[in-house]
Design a protein around this ligand. Structure first.
Ligand SMILES: [Zn+2]
Length: 212
């Protein structure tokens, strides 16, 4: 079963991808991770990617696609895989087709922007030891103070609502066309992200049930 997981940053797509990966015993291939791996292993495409990273430039599509191609050719992908974080744009989706990669289902985890901004603005991190908290879901023992080292917790710049909403806008501009693209192909499954991770998982697994 070859899957793509779509979803806004903060919608919980990565978590769902991990759970499905374990349940169906297929690897979750996250673009960020495989690029780092390819560079570390010095594969042909990894070496190319390294050149861009060293210059502080974005790794171009053709190199990312080359790395994905290398990764999907590995034996653990024989029974299927989950692409997490790719494609993000129509040209990337088209490149996948050109590569001959057949996709069975595209799972789109939908969470309203306000909800995501609200969740993320509740995050707190410890600048000293890196421990992370949430004012609702993972409260520190003492408000605003790190359990492990006693430092004062901070809000990361990336978690501030205005920054989160900005990133969400970019996501929508780039990815909304992708949703219609896969809808037209009849392989899009829209999952409404729930308050509890387990409830979202139940919906996701149900949607994939036919292929279990
Ligand atoms: Zn700490």
């Amino acid at each position: 079963m070859n899957l793509i997981f779509l979803g806004a940053p903060g919608a919980g797509k990565g978590t769902q991808a991990e759970i499905v990966s374990e349940k169906f015993n297929i690897p979750a291939v996250s673009t960020g991770n495989i690029i780092r791996e390819a560079m570390k292993n010095g594969t042909e495409m990894g070496t190319k990617a390294q050149e861009f990273v060293q210059k502080g430039e974005l790794v171009p599509d053709e190199v990312v696609i080359g790395i994905i191609k290398e990764r999907l050719a590995e034996s653990d992908c024989a029974n299927g895989f989950i692409l997490d974080g790719f494609p993000r744009t129509i040209p990337q989706a088209e490149a996948l087709i050109e590569m001959g990669v057949k996709i069975d289902k595209v799972i789109d985890i939908e969470v309203p922007d306000e909800k995501i901004a609200e969740r993320m603005s509740g995050r707190r991190v410890c600048p000293q030891c890196g421990a992370s908290y949430h004012i609702e879901y993972k409260k520190p023992k003492k408000e605003g103070i790190c359990n492990s080292c006693g430092s004062e917790l901070i809000i990361r710049k990336d978690d501030k609502p205005e920054v989160v909403l900005d990133r969400l806008n970019v996501y929508h501009t780039q990815t909304e066309p992708l949703i219609s693209f896969y809808k037209e192909k009849g392989i899009l499954v829209e999952i409404e992200g729930q308050e509890e991770v387990a409830d979202t998982t139940a919906l996701t697994l149900k949607a994939l049930g036919g292929n279990a």
